[in-house]
Design a protein around this ligand. Structure first.
Ligand code: SER
Length: 451
């Protein structure tokens, strides 16, 4: 199945269960100044989760364009992305656990054809105010049993505290803002095989593996949030007037699971961009760890940049434009690891594969392809010149300390890794702590300036 097949199959499955299809909101929220980007399908729906009536009813489904800037530095492994599509279905005070979990299971196993033996689930273990989610445990047991699987706790069903199995935009209950909705959740993970945990170079091999282990064996492919609480003024949680379901599943990750490909960058959600990169760099994807990481970062960042520009963001020094600038710059810099350094315009060539990939679902990308290419090439050229100047500055310094690393970051757009790498090449270390301190000071200043 392709990404397009998975998206349309999901939408029609939930349409057949009485859900109205809502379009994806743009990446930049329309009426929510508290955040730069939509990072989950629920975000544009907050008023309705809190009780306002939605014009299309109580059951909704869509695929939402999402961007998580907090994941920029994580990109480079087999699964992290900044831009992704989130398949979502919502019950606004209508159905709840006993419909949601069986639908998720049915969709995953019967429509996507995932082998139930590869599925593992997690539920909330309870705390002082919200009890353990016994109802979800009972439902999961029955669902697995219908497939001949005895789903034992700690083997197939895992319970975790709020840090892992509670969802709100701000995380666990203590971090929730006044009036914010949230609730316990139940996640589904796909198992790519025990050998990912146990292989001879695995740093995890001596520890027990479980769905939230970082070894790469388990990939989270869906999260049903039972959004039934709201934070009150005295810091406690109260039940919302309605019990909601907020489900989100990353399309690219589902694509990896469905095709049993351990690397999202090898699915058709990325392959056309990666292929273009292979041609430009004359390097096959997967040749070595360094070039593979660089290709993942460039592919992710350029896909995200194209989608942002198509939604009206332009490079600048603040807010969304600054994030876009950072993406294009990082993408360009990682070209060093592919031997395409100095070619400031090749990133423009990565726009077409993204536009082609989304021609049917987001046709505005292809319509704006020429403009997007111009924006990317222009930004790349300007940064290329600036970076050359920065490199000359570094050459003048006998050694780079953390403060200077920050100045290079601020003035010439040098990410930490680049400065560190150049310094290492000269047999020197840069004080990361000092750099981070400067960074924090700057963030505080920008926060105050933005307030
Ligand atoms: N809002 C939840 C998440 O982002 C489920 O969609 O994981």
């Amino acid at each position: 199945m392709t990404a397009n097949d998975i998206r349309s199959s999901y939408i029609s499955f939930f349409q057949n269960h009485g859900h109205a299809v809502i379009p994806s909101a743009p990446l930049v929220p329309e009426n929510d100044p508290t955040t730069l980007f939509n990072s989950a399908g629920m975000q544009p729906l907050i008023p309705y989760l809190l009780g306002q009536a939605h014009p299309l009813g109580k059951r909704l489904v869509n695929s939402q364009k999402s961007f998580r800037s907090q994941d920029i530095e994580e990109v480079g492994d087999n699964r992290h992305q900044t831009f992704f599509e989130m398949l979502g279905n919502w019950s606004l005070g209508d159905y709840f656990k006993k419909e949601q979990l069986p639908w998720v299971f049915e969709f995953f196993t019967k429509y996507l054809g995932l082998d139930p033996k590869h599925l593992f689930v997690t539920v909330f273990e309870g705390n002082d105010t919200v009890p353990k989610d016994e109802e979800s445990i009972a439902i999961w047991k029955e669902l697995f049993s219908s497939e001949g699987i005895d789903a034992k706790i700690g083997e197939r069903i895992f319970t975790y505290p709020a840090r892992k199995n509670w969802w709100s935009r701000s995380g666990e209950p203590d971090h929730m803002a006044l009036g914010e909705p949230g609730g316990p959740d139940s996640e589904v993970f796909y198992d790519f095989g025990e050998e990912l945990h146990l292989h001879e170079h695995s740093p995890w091999a001596q520890e027990p593996c479980h769905p939230n282990c970082d070894c790469g064996r388990f990939l989270e492919i869906g999260n049903s949030v039972f959004m039934q609480y709201k934070k009150t003024e005295n810091g406690s949680l109260v039940e919302l007037p309605q019990k909601n379901v907020d489900f989100g599943g990353g399309l690219e990750r589902l694509n990896a699971a469905v095709n049993n490909i351990r690397d999202v960058f090898q699915t058709d959600s990325f392959s056309s961009i990666v292929h273009e990169l292979e041609e430009t760099a004359r390097t096959e994807y997967g040749t070595d760890a360094k070039s593979t990481r660089a290709m993942r970062i460039i592919a992710d960042h350029m896909r995200a940049s194209v989608m942002m520009i198509a939604d009206g963001v332009l490079p600048s020094n603040k807010t969304q434009g600054y994030v876009l600038r950072r993406l294009i710059r990082r993408a360009l810099l990682y070209g060093r690891d592919l031997g395409v350094w100095g070619n400031w315009e090749y990133l423009g060539g990565l726009v077409a594969p993204v536009a082609r990939m989304y021609a049917d679902v987001y046709p505005t990308v292809q319509k704006q392809q020429d403009m997007i290419e111009d924006v990317v090439k222009d930004e790349a050229k300007r940064f290329g010149k600036s970076v050359e100047k920065g490199l000359r500055e570094i050459e003048k310094l006998p050694a780079v300390d953390g403060k200077q690393a920050f100045i290079l970051y601020e003035t010439y757009g040098f990410p930490w890794e680049l400065t560190e790498e150049i310094a290492r090449g000269r047999g020197q270390d840069v004080n990361r702590h000092q750099f981070e301190e400067e960074f924090k000071k700057h963030q505080e200043l920008s926060r105050t300036a933005a307030a």
